[in-house]
Write a protein that binds this ligand. Structure first.
Ligand SMILES: Nc1ncnc2c1ncn2[C@@H]1O[C@H](COP(=O)(O)OP(=O)(O)OP(=O)(O)O)[C@@H](O)[C@H]1O
Ligand SMILES: [Mg+2]
Length: 322
């Protein structure tokens, strides 16, 4: 659906995007994560043609965005809905009229039977059918974002671009919005691109993620691959640091594919090898319903070889932390 190849962009002297390459498949929920200033919003604006880039290629649904004439670009933009952190609703318009706005931009009547039905269906989808006459100021943040989502869907887009769509919301409201995005993806088959600096958002809904740092892609993969066994760049981002671990002995991180399969591994390890060790850190994480975990233990130097042999024998993925 979206193919990005060696895309680079500068703002004057500043290189903001550097040789970005990755592909987003049709029907996927794809995450783009990175620190503030990494270039995420700029990349999203390149995808929907609001921003030009200097070199490389960006193909959306078979069309090279940069080469389109104005009218053609507008047509492609019609197929990309967008939502933002601050909702961008018009305060003087009620919910119905805010959702109807893109239709009116395209010269359609907001109250035609067909459009009325479409808007009401969308308001039902986002759970706001009883708020059609409310103004944005009378709605909570989560409700305002639901209006923005309905508005983004009113032109039947193939792609929904979300720029920090949940960053202004509390965790419970965020969960509701993320569940709604999953529903839209499943029921309407819309490809969703989620830009965020929140790991939780990626974990809860994305099947794939690109991690961006200083305008470069430093990792691409499934969230569970990237975050459960993170590389150094991602460790620094998620704040998984080794500073709190013991300085003596050897710290070993074990990875578990699910919450139960390795239930007795640790006690078996101690009993079988007849050794002592410390348990330093452990966590279980939920990736779209799949539970994955990690555990850091501190072993003594002289036990190293037999512990590693034991882990290998039990098919445990592990790494020595240095
Ligand atoms: N119109 C512009 N003119 C000049 N520099 C810009 C412009 N827009 C963005 N930048 C710069 O480009 C870099 C990337 O900005 P961008 O907004 O894409 O980052 P981001 O990853 O979305 O950050 P955040 O998480 O804070 O939203 C920043 O250094 C920013 O200052
Ligand atoms: Mg941004």
């Amino acid at each position: 659906m979206i193919e990005i190849n060696n895309l680079s962009k500068n703002f004057g002297e500043l290189n903001v995007l550097n040789q970005i390459s990755f592909n987003i498949e049709k029907g996927e929920i794809y995450g783009i994560i990175g620190q503030s200033g990494a270039g995420k919003s700029t990349l999203l604006r390149c995808i929907n043609g609001l921003e030009k880039f200097d070199s490389g290629s960006l193909v959306v649904d078979g069309k090279e965005i940069q080469h389109l004439k104005k009218g053609e670009l507008r047509q492609v933009q019609k197929e990309m809905g967008m939502i933002f952190q601050n909702f961008n609703l018009l305060s003087r318009l009620n919910v119905y009229d805010n959702v109807a706005l893109p239709l009116q931009f395209w010269g359609q009547k907001k109250n035609s039977p067909e459009n009325k039905e479409k808007i009401m269906n969308l308001l039902r989808l986002v759970g706001l059918e009883d708020k059609i006459n409310s103004k944005p100021a009378q709605l909570s943040g989560g409700q305002q974002q639901r209006v923005a989502i309905a508005r983004a869907l009113v032109l039947d887009p193939k792609i929904l671009l979300c720029d920090e769509a949940t960053s202004a919301l509390d965790p419970v409201i965020t969960k509701g919005i993320l569940d709604l995005l999953i529903k839209i993806n499943k029921e309407m088959g819309i490809t969703i691109v989620v830009v965020t600096h929140q790991m939780e958002v990626i974990k809860q809904i994305c099947s794939k993620v690109a991690f961006i740092k200083n305008g470069k892609v430093v990792a691409v993969g499934k969230p569970e691959e990237l975050f459960v066994a993170p590389n150094k760049e991602i460790q620094a981002f998620v704040g998984d640091n080794a500073e709190t671990l013991p300085k003596k002995g050897i710290n070993v991180k074990l990875f578990f594919a699910n919450e139960n399969s390795e239930a007795h591994l640790i006690t078996t390890l101690a009993r079988t090898l007849n050794i002592d060790f410390d348990i330093c850190q452990g966590k279980l994480e939920n990736y779209r319903g799949t539970i994955l975990g990690s555990l850091i233990i501190n072993i003594q130097e002289e036990d190293k070889e037999k512990v590693y042999a034991f882990l290998k024998q039990h098919n445990i993925i592990w790494e020595e932390l240095v």
